[in-house]
Design a protein around this ligand. Structure first.
Ligand code: SF4
Length: 369
């Protein structure tokens, strides 16, 4: 199955290594072993072509809008949960203009249980900006994408690369892990994306010139997939890895993660995220509910009134809920005080420009899938 991004076979044989003698000192010298990037590129891209998951947003006929929707949905949500939502979303709103004109309450309802629903507001705000600034099309360059509301460095680079084959450096959690293991010999990359990691990611990018970025984008997609399927956080399947004999971590004896490199998984039970999710689940039914009734009847016996109230207030602040004299609903739902039933006014989507959008983009890294 043809999937993008991919490099033409001829291009793969002319991969240009970005590692020149002036740069070689930038990789960790104490490991004493660093693989030749060109060889890693070739092996991982070839592995990708035979093993990548046939995901619809990788199909050649997928629109840039479809790619962008997938990138937003995949931040914080695994592929298996995104797939059905993405299909429905693209049927319902196949172009940015369709989503831009949709009532926010419908957008949030369609987001369903993907989690972090501020992403839905962010996507709609970006769609409205595309209508206003780009004739309803997804812009091509990372700079233009980055200028859309709520679109950060990762999303801009990923959409430019995966939708338009722009040779941007794409770095998500999976790619950082592959870089850390294969090239620097670390078990895990740690929580923070450091300047050294950023430099390494740039150094590892195949040159764009020989094939207009096709190999560079193929490397991004391939390294991401390798991290998602083989070089996983908890149990890397090195026996199935195409670069097992080149891997710096294995060459170093597979040292365990240091405390600094370890990141704790996010808990769920008892968190504000759980309470916010329970409130959103009620509102997605389309009901307008009195504040007291809504909070009292949440099926979370361990959540205090203070926590319930705090979470509802945060949803109101984020533009994910509306309060009409104590009656709570989704924004734009019938009777909502914040927005009429005709849908959002372009550029005035609930939550647009809020601190919430920035916070979501700040977290924008794809999950280990
Ligand atoms: S050999 Fe193992 S640790 Fe190294 S890149 Fe492959 S899967 Fe990851």
């Amino acid at each position: 199955m043809a999937m993008r991004p991919t490099a033409e076979p001829a291009a793969r044989t002319t991969l240009a290594s970005p590692m020149n003698s002036a740069r070689e000192g930038s990789l960790r010298p104490e490991i004493g072993f660093t693989p030749e990037p060109t060889l890693v590129h070739e092996r991982v891209i070839e592995w990708f072509e035979g093993n990548a998951r046939p995901l619809p947003w990788r199909e050649p006929d997928c629109t840039p809008w479809g790619v962008m929707v997938s990138e937003i949905m995949l931040q914080q949500t695994p592929v298996v949960r995104v797939l059905p939502r993405w299909e429905l979303w693209m049927q319902r709103w196949p172009k940015p203009a369709d989503l831009a004109a949709a009532p926010t309450s419908e957008v949030l309802t369609a987001w369903d249980r993907l989690g972090y629903p501020r992403r839905a507001l962010r996507l709609q705000a970006a769609a409205q900006a595309m209508v206003e600034r780009h004739q309803g099309e997804v812009p091509r360059t990372a700079a233009e994408l980055r200028a859309l509301p709520g679109v950060g460095e990762y999303t801009a680079a990923a959409v430019a690369c995966f939708a338009f084959l722009e040779p941007e450096v794409v770095v998500d959690t999976n790619i950082r892990r592959v870089h850390a293991r294969a090239f620097t010999g670390h078990a895990l990359p740690g929580k923070t994306y450091t300047s050294a990691q950023r430099r390494l990611a740039h150094e590892l990018m195949p040159a764009a010139e020989p094939d207009d970025g096709a190999t560079a984008c193929a490397w991004n997609a391939s390294a991401m997939e390798l991290g998602a399927l083989i070089c996983t956080a908890r149990a890397p399947q090195c026996q199935a890895c195409p670069v097992a004999d080149l891997c710096a971590w294995r060459a170093a004896g597979s040292p365990p993660a240091t405390q600094e490199q370890q990141t704790r998984g996010q808990g769920w039970a008892g968190t504000d995220r759980q309470v916010r999710g329970a409130i959103m689940a009620v509102l997605r039914t389309g009901e307008t509910v009195g504040r007291t009734e809504l909070l009292d009847e949440l099926p979370l016996p361990d959540a205090s009134q203070e926590q319930r109230s705090r979470c509802l207030d945060s949803l109101l602040r984020d533009g994910l809920a509306a309060d009409d004299a104590g009656q709570i609903s989704l924004p734009g739902a019938q009777g909502s005080a914040s927005q009429g039933p005709g849908g959002p006014v372009a550029g005035q989507t609930a939550g647009t420009g809020s601190a919430g959008l920035a916070a979501v983009e700040h977290q924008a890294q794809r999950l280990g899938e």
